[in-house]
Design a binder for this molecule. Structure first.
Ligand code: FNR
Length: 378
């Protein structure tokens, strides 16, 4: 209504409301390197395509005369009520698409009361992003360093700054074969854009022979080297539990046995995700992994979902297949590229409005009413 009313005064939206078209227009705004990094996937791109094809295979079967005139999109996650079942996925190095990077994203998220999940690979520090986000809900995503002191220090900072839930990403302990980045010999982390959190960390700095100010390349290589190795295991998750008293979710779960294992290890939630097709080429579509996992662990842990969400209908489908909420990834990054804070706000508001209308027209009032019977494969 807001958009149509403004149209009476001759104003049309500053950015397209077709979120699937944003990638194309972002291509004109970004450097080839930044575009390749954001839009690219692993290998042949098969997993990325599969993510979208899976959404296309599931169809919504609308119900009539259900009186869905009044809707309530809110959900409660770990004791906090969210306005909608949507969070902003952790995305690192956001200054490659807009100079204000994560600060703009944090402001947009806070304005809408939508949780932002801050990446370990952010281009701004934990403290700066927390300040930008004010009283908005914030979660922290951990790429898990091998060094326990560095892990403890980073998590301590996050807790201190009011990050409530911890998302531990397991699928990226090394980077996949990503042709678009390889062909341009481009890795933003090696240009300092994704190391703000590490370089500002006292425990990490104590490990260095020379400070990052004296020798940044060596410091970056030492940081990147902290992620591969054999010292992580299901048993070691107890270390994280000792360091974090809030909810912990494991991100990157695709196999139902791993989902069960996460719950058995005392985790509070999982994020069913294949990292937007950026890690294992030829992998299962994340949406296809969702129903079995939701069925197996649904009542025992919160099941969140990402990889391929582009529209309100996509959110509805993921919720119907068992997700409690979804993480929005690339689309908000394209919003950031288009218009900084305003661009992110536009994308999230558009998605939520589209979800609201799609839910209504499908015949439902709340996310909780959805079940697999809302869909059919066809
Ligand atoms: C990511 N993703 C990601 N995940 C994570 O846990 N930590 C990170 O730092 C990043 N960084 C990152 C950068 C970029 C440019 C992209 C596109 C993605 C993965 C992200 O959280 C999410 O899983 C995917 O973006 C979901 O896929 P779609 O919906 O974006 O295709």
């Amino acid at each position: 209504n807001e958009i149509y009313l403004q149209g009476l005064g001759g104003t049309t939206p500053a950015f397209t409301t077709d979120l699937t078209a944003l990638e194309e227009s972002a291509a004109k705004l970004l450097t080839p390197q930044a575009l390749g990094y954001v839009a690219g996937g692993a290998g042949s791109g098969a997993t990325m395509r599969a993510n979208r094809e899976a959404f296309d295979r599931w169809k919504i079967v609308p119900r009539m005369l259900t009186d869905a005139t009044e809707r309530d999109l809110s959900v409660t996650l770990f004791g906090r009520r969210l306005p909608a079942p949507v969070l902003l996925a952790p995305v690192g190095v956001q200054t490659i698409v807009h100079p204000e990077g994560e600060l703009a994203t944090a402001r947009a998220a806070a304005a809408l009361d939508v949780p932002m999940i801050l990446s370990t690979a952010a281009a701004h520090t934990i403290e700066e992003v927390a300040q930008a986000g004010g009283s908005g809900p914030r979660w922290f995503q951990l790429y898990w360093p091998n060094d326990p002191d560095v892990t403890a220090s980073i998590l301590g900072r996050a807790r201190e700054q009011g990050y409530t839930a911890l998302v531990v990403t397991l699928d990226t302990w090394t980077l996949a074969w990503r042709p678009r980045d390889l062909d341009q010999a481009y890795l933003p982390f090696l240009k300092a854009e994704g190391t703000a959190i590490a370089m500002s960390d006292p425990a990490f700095r104590a490990r260095l022979a020379k400070t990052p100010e004296e020798d940044l390349p060596t410091a970056i290589l030492q940081w990147v080297g902290m992620f591969t190795g054999t010292d992580k295991s299901w048993d070691r998750l107890s270390v994280l539990r000792e360091l974090w008293d809030g909810p912990i979710l494991l991100k990157g779960i695709q196999h139902v046995d791993d989902a069960r294992r996460a719950v058995d290890a005392g985790m509070d939630g999982i994020v069913v995700s294949n990292h937007g097709g950026r890690q294992v080429d030829g992998a299962l579509a994340s949406l296809e992994a969702l129903p079995r996992i939701a069925q197996a662990v649904g009542g025992r842990a919160e099941v969140l979902f990402d990889s391929g969400v582009r529209t309100g209908a996509d959110v509805l489908k993921a919720l119907a297949l068992g997700a409690k909420a979804v993480l929005l990834g690339r689309p908000y990054v394209y919003g950031l590229a288009h218009g900084g804070e305003d661009g992110v706000r536009h994308v999230v508001r558009s998605l939520l409005a589209e979800l609201d209308l799609t839910l209504a027209l499908a015949g439902y009032r709340t996310p909780g009413e959805l079940s697999p019977s809302a869909l059919q494969r066809g």
